[in-house]
Design a protein around this ligand. Structure first.
Ligand SMILES: [Zn+2]
Length: 377
């Protein structure tokens, strides 16, 4: 992967590029970013750039033999460790190590450069099993690092989601980080530094990978996924910097949340039971992702209304129709009902995920919201 294939995150890119230009490549680096950020993509682009034999001014060339092998994830000096589990194919836990799933990994990553663990687990066939980086993996790490680099100047060991490491694997890494072999780079790509050993954290240089901005997500959806602009903006707003989620939503979710929400709130406000039942029927027919997305959207609008009314209107991230709606909507909200409404919506989101009956859930929620509009009014 080239840096130019990753939209945005310019500051982080230039930090990485400068470290190569200034010959300050730390041997152990932690790419820390939330789910759906560019942390893995940046680590891959960085590894490719470091070893590119005809570097461009601010990127790898993408065409030298090293770049081609890096981009296909087949370079002999590029090693991967990632969470796995037993599967129908790999039934012995001793064999459930990264090496057994390299073929799947190589076809998964190019299509999913911003992966989350559940997507990967679904792809390689973990089904609902817990994935982790097993203690067997520690032997593989030591073995692959005991060899000299085959072709590249730097050997790269990329560990995706080290927070899932078995303590034995973590200790093996720790030993190596204490006495790193020459010309070997460790890239740890993590979503959750709190779950890493502090001794590992203290031995790595941390690269904070920011979330994508709303504008970056909007651009990516428009340019790379041909999503029309209003919908792209709407999805960017819903997904708060998680590109993985944004891409999924652009595929799956019809652009229903906004209109549905506005009409639904009017019905609740008027205590219009007939339409509450009708909307509950419509809600039942939506897919589960759409149901979750509607509640997520609702929570976001409540939060914006809260900002508008009680904090700083300048913090509100909406425009046009949605901004108008929030201005008006915030008139019927107050300190007493807002908090209760948000709690109830959060609970409802939780229950949708756990397969509650959608019709009953939605009807109860509508009646409850209807009552709450009366509190303090
Ligand atoms: Zn190259």
């Amino acid at each position: 992967m080239k840096f130019s294939e990753i939209t945005g995150v310019d500051y982080t890119k230039s930090t990485l590029i400068n470290s190569v230009k200034n010959n300050h490549i730390a041997h152990a680096q932690l790419f820390l970013g939330k789910n759906g950020s560019a942390n893995l993509a940046l680590a891959l682009a960085y590894a490719q750039y470091i070893n590119c034999t005809s570097k461009l001014e601010n990127d790898s060339c993408g065409t030298c033999p090293s770049c081609i092998k890096f981009s296909k994830l087949i370079h002999p000096d590029l090693h991967f460790i990632f969470p796995t589990s037993t599967t129908k194919k790999v039934t012995k836990s001793k064999e459930a190590v990264s090496q057994s799933f390299m073929k799947e990994w190589r076809s998964f990553i190019p299509d999913n450069p911003f992966p989350i663990l559940s997507d990967w687990a679904g792809f390689f066939g973990a089904e609902n099993k817990q994935c982790n980086i097993s203690k067997e993996e520690s032997r593989n790490i030591i073995r692959s690092l005991s060899l000299k680099a085959f072709e590249a100047e730097y050997k790269v060991m990329l560990i995706w989601l080290p927070e899932f490491m078995h303590p034995a694997a973590a200790n093996a890494i720790l030993k190596i980080l204490e006495e790193p072999p020459a010309k070997t780079l460790f890239f740890l790509v993590s979503n959750d530094a709190d779950k890493l050993l502090t001794t590992i954290l203290s031995r790595t240089q941390i690269i904070q990978v920011p979330q994508f901005s709303d504008q970056e997500i909007t651009n990516i959806l428009q340019e790379e996924y041909q999503v029309e602009i209003e919908k792209a903006k709407h999805i960017a707003y819903l997904t708060e910097g998680n590109l993985n989620h944004a891409v999924k939503l652009s595929d799956e979710v019809k652009d229903v949340s906004s209109d549905f929400f506005k009409q639904w709130m009017r019905i609740c406000f008027k205590n219009d039971f007939t339409n509450m039942i009708k909307f509950a029927d419509d809600f039942q027919k939506m897919g589960k992702e759409d149901q979750k997305s509607l509640f997520q959207y609702s929570l976001n609008i409540f939060r914006e209304a809260l900002l508008w009314k009680f904090a700083d209107p300048a913090l509100v991230r909406l425009e046009n129709d949605e901004l108008e709606f929030v201005k008006n909507f915030s008139k019927v909200l107050n300190e007493k009902n807002l908090e209760l409404m948000v709690d109830k919506l959060n609970q409802s989101l939780f229950h949708v995920e756990r397969n509650a009956n959608p019709k009953i859930l939605f009807t109860n929620l509508s009646i409850f919201l209807g009552k709450l509009f009366r509190i303090g009014a």
